[in-house]
Design a binder for this molecule. Structure first.
Ligand code: MG
Length: 238
């Protein structure tokens, strides 16, 4: 049958359909209570940091996390290394707020550098974006060395910055072959800056991105030598 013949057939049969034949009632989506104000964790979120302690975190080596908690903020202690969640995650929605330390004499990649590593491997850059030129695929909001953000929505040094991240984990076949690359959507302070970006592989400092098969992994936060502060971190498994 030709395409036009097929279309006519579909149009004719559509007229015979009952509207109810294209409506479904199950599975019913679960009820989720939103946070009281935007940015607060909804009822089904796993709260990773609520201002009190690092009980959901360990060091990169799996030992006690050495960052400090001050005034409800979790602050990088330079030189103590990255921290990662005890929990393992795949597809997720993630909320993170961060604040850059005083700029002092630091510039570019040395000013307020940290990072949010989805599944410990794929870095969404955390950097001071207030009048701080650097390579654009390494600025705040970049997927490090892969994708520059479509806008710089960072406000001012010293102010809290709000990331919301929507992550689709990469899928690997039985033999470890990549079947579906990861995809990431990000808003910074409510502004869309990464729109369903197809991640090319790990976010390497040197060399090109590659994929190596993995399953669910911890969320990791980077120690890049500056005292970046974090608060209100929560995640929803999808
Ligand atoms: Mg970084």
């Amino acid at each position: 049958m030709s395409i036009s013949g097929l279309l006519i057939t579909v149009m004719l049969s559509a007229q015979e359909w009952n509207p109810a034949s294209t409506e479904w009632y199950s599975p019913e989506p679960p009820a989720v209570k939103p946070g009281k104000t935007p940015g607060q964790p909804p009822s089904d979120a796993i709260v990773l940091f609520d201002g009190k302690d690092l009980s959901k975190w360990v060091s990169g080596k799996g030992e006690e996390a050495k960052w400090k908690v001050v005034n409800g903020e979790m602050v990088v202690v330079p030189g103590t290394g990255a921290i990662k969640t005890k929990g393992y995650f795949g597809d997720c929605q993630l909320h993170v707020e961060f604040k850059s330390p005083p700029a002092e004499k630091h510039n570019g990649q040395n000013r307020g550098n940290s990072g949010i590593f989805l599944q410990s491997i794929y870095e969404l850059q955390v950097l001071d974006g207030d009048n701080n030129p650097t390579y654009v695929n390494g600025m705040v909001g970049s997927i490090y060395k892969q994708s520059a953000p479509s806008a710089n929505a960072y406000t001012k040094n010293g102010e809290w910055q709000v990331y919301d991240v929507y992550w689709k984990a990469p899928k690997f076949g039985a033999a470890g072959v990549l079947e579906e690359p990861a995809r990431i959507t990000v808003t910074l302070n409510g502004v869309l800056i990464q729109n369903n970006y197809e991640v090319k592989g790990h976010t390497a400092y040197t060399g090109l991105p590659e994929y190596h098969a993995h399953g669910r992994l911890p969320l990791m936060l980077q120690d890049h030598g500056t005292a970046v502060a974090f608060r209100n971190i929560w995640i929803r498994n999808l």
